[in-house]
Design a binder for this molecule. Structure first.
Ligand SMILES: [Zn+2]
Ligand SMILES: [Zn+2]
Length: 369
């Protein structure tokens, strides 16, 4: 089958037509990928910020159709439309039984090893193992994932729109509704208005936030932020963002801030721009070796909190259907997030467009043959 392989850090992706995928084993399903988004985390694997064993098939935000199921699979059958989850839930570990499947330790063990729950990758080429990003590996015509890594959706939802729920939408909206639990009338500042940041903005609209301040370096992205519900914008190349946010919030600072880039400097800004008693939510994925600094006195004296956010603190099997209901009701934009469609052969162009900030989301429509 066709697929794109990242051979090593800093290399271009290689599109091949002789990638092999194994058949689903017990508790696994085979999915024909319909549409896959290209997310900043894919770019972060390519540039070495996020560590995935290489060579690997990247891609972790996708929709598809169940092609085959392994023994013991009961929740889906061939022909079902699904969204892939980049943290499959085993349903049995300490975190899953306590309602925190985004932290599933069985899934995490597999993810770190570049394969499925037991570390085996379903992908190979010329007899050699090709690793799989986050138990997804959606830059291929087919993949094999755990049963808990697919969420069944109704047939009447367009698969191109549903794909974005796999990462960006669930992470961004979830950061607001699940992680921060933003309440009506709140003020929110969002640093970074790419594919995930725009979803923090539309999540804030759903939550009823009164003031939504979008911060970015590019005017074209800030324009888009307004279309998704930002009430105020700050171009941080022209204005110091912490003082700008304080000015917009009567000198106090925002109730909530969301850092959606993954840089220590902007994480520090996110902490500084919330009011006393406010909460800074860290969504962007930094380098594993990065450190940020805050005055040790401040979390105590100002009673501020910092919350980490992994996959929007989501329970994908509950949250994705809920998000699709909001989409059907016209309260969640999905199609509007897609700036450009690419062919699989143009995958390096899709990465370049994302890096330059030209697209909110570029998606790849996977070839059927
Ligand atoms: Zn992602
Ligand atoms: Zn689990």
């Amino acid at each position: 089958m066709k697929g794109a392989i990242l051979p090593g850090i800093g290399k271009e992706l290689e599109v091949v037509d002789d990638l092999e995928v194994s058949e689903p084993r017990s508790g696994e399903v085979k999915v024909r990928i319909h549409t896959t988004g290209v997310c900043h985390s894919d770019l972060s694997v390519q540039n070495g910020t996020i560590i995935v064993p290489l060579p690997a098939v990247l891609g972790h935000e996708a929709s598809g159709v169940i092609e085959a199921v392994g023994p013991g699979v009961t929740s889906v059958q061939p022909g079902d439309h699904v969204i892939l989850s980049f943290v499959p839930e085993c349903g049995k570990c300490w975190f899953c039984v306590r309602g925190m499947p985004n932290l599933c330790e069985v899934a995490t063990t597999g993810i770190v090893r570049g394969g499925l729950y037991d570390g085996q990758s379903p992908f190979s080429r010329k007899g050699e193992r090709i690793n799989q990003m986050t138990e997804c590996g959606t830059f291929a015509q087919y993949t094999v994932v755990p049963e808990g890594g697919v969420v069944k959706i109704p047939d009447d939802v367009p698969l191109e729109d549903a794909a974005l729920l796999g990462c960006g939408v669930t992470t961004g909206v979830g950061a607001v509704l699940n992680t921060a639990k933003v309440e009506e009338g709140a003020s929110v500042a969002v640093i970074g208005t790419g594919g995930v940041g725009l979803n923090v903005i539309q999540g804030s609209v759903i939550a009823g936030a009164a003031k939504i301040i979008a911060i970015d370096l590019l005017d074209n992205k800030l324009e888009m932020a307004k279309q998704f519900g930002a009430t105020d914008v700050v171009n941080a190349s022209k204005q110091e963002p912490v003082s700008a946010v304080k000015q917009m919030t009567e000198g106090r600072g925002a109730d909530y801030s969301f850092e959606v880039i993954g840089l220590p400097s902007t994480q520090e800004q996110a902490f500084r721009m919330v009011r006393r008693g406010g909460c800074a939510v860290l969504v962007g994925v930094p380098k594993m070796t990065d450190m940020f600094q805050i005055q040790a006195f401040l979390p105590v004296f100002e009673e501020k909190t910092i919350k980490g956010c992994w996959y929007g603190s989501a329970r994908p099997h509950l949250d994705m259907p809920k998000l699709l209901d909001l989409y059907k009701a016209g309260r969640l934009k999905l199609r509007e997030l897609i700036s450009k469609e690419f062919e699989l052969d143009q995958i390096n162009d899709a990465f370049a467009a994302l890096e330059k900030g030209e697209v909110a989301r570029g998606v790849i429509r996977m070839p059927e043959s």
